[in-house]
Design a protein around this ligand. Sequence first.
Ligand code: ATP
Ligand code: MG
Length: 357
Amino acid sequence: MAASKTLRIGLIPGDGIGREVIPAGRRILEALPSSLGLKFSFVNLDAGFDTFKTTGKALPEKTVETLQKECDGALFGAVSSPSTPTPGYSSPIVALRKRLALYANVRPVKTVKKNPSPVDLVIVRENTEDLYVKEEKTIETSDGKVAEAIKRISEKASWNIASMAGEIALRRQRVRESGAESIHKAPLVTITHKSNVLSQTDGLFRSTARSALAQQKYKSVGVEEQIVDSMVYKLFRQPAAYDVIVAPNLYGDILSDGAAALVGSLGLVPSANVGEGFAIGEPCHGSAPDIEGKGIANPIATLRSVGLMLEFLGEEQAAAKIYSAVDGNLEEGRLLSPDMGGQAKTDEVVEDVLRRL
Ligand code: ATP
Ligand code: MG
């Protein structure tokens, strides 16, 4: 048996159903077979709107420091956004991405076998720049107000995100070569942009991504480009055509919500926020106040996010175990939560997945 290694994981349930699904994430880590040689220790951390209401801070400094100093990775549940503008409140996950330099948001979207319109793709979204630098201003002119926003694209961030897309394409190919079934035969990265209109910003993204993916280490990876509007069209017509999609921040945001719609429920779609040597797994859904406290939240997005976090911490074997247990549950379709048309409670779904580990 491999020497045992302990990973320390920060648990940040946040608000709403985050508090119901993050415990499921902990359970699956604790249930991984000991033959993997992995152990876990956990630290509970606060963030979110409820934390803001009691402490005045949505992201307490202690949470950031503990993640930086003690943790190897983390799981983040969800935060509810205030229904009216609330002075002093800003999203803690956006702040965490900045503070921990988590420059990539990675979102796999996948159907299980037997689906008539199969999807198996990953969107790799740049997470630090583009219009999200939030440098906006409003000018009064003789014709009325004019508002402007800066779209910033750097060579460095574009290079990093495209290289990550290359790594992910290679990793997915390794998994296929080890026998996993897939609709894809060869690795492919699709660079998405709008450089026909934005020749400087998206032009720089495009040319830098091309150069990054031309590195010798990615020579087995196919590279293509798609203008973002036609990308949306093709993504919905022919999702099976895509393996890894790399995009600047805003297009990546839009494409990833659109892609999530291809698989039926938000409760299935995971994500990871990734930086150098650190990853936070985060289900794509929000705090779902309409089902909070009923014990029926679908835990699959969180369980898959645990797998993603492990992948980026270098624990691919453990991740593969989780993915196949989850796929087993979905393929059999006997214990599904209500959003999937079933009647199972959160805990029943979790227990079914744990049995399959
Ligand atoms: P927030 O402001 O926190 O994003 P929201 O009202 O937008 O909250 P979401 O969490 O984004 O709610 O969810 C949108 C819809 O999808 C809701 O009807 C919710 O119940 C459903 N949903 C989201 N996640 C899950 C899940 N894990 N299991 C079951 N249903 C879910
Ligand atoms: Mg929402």
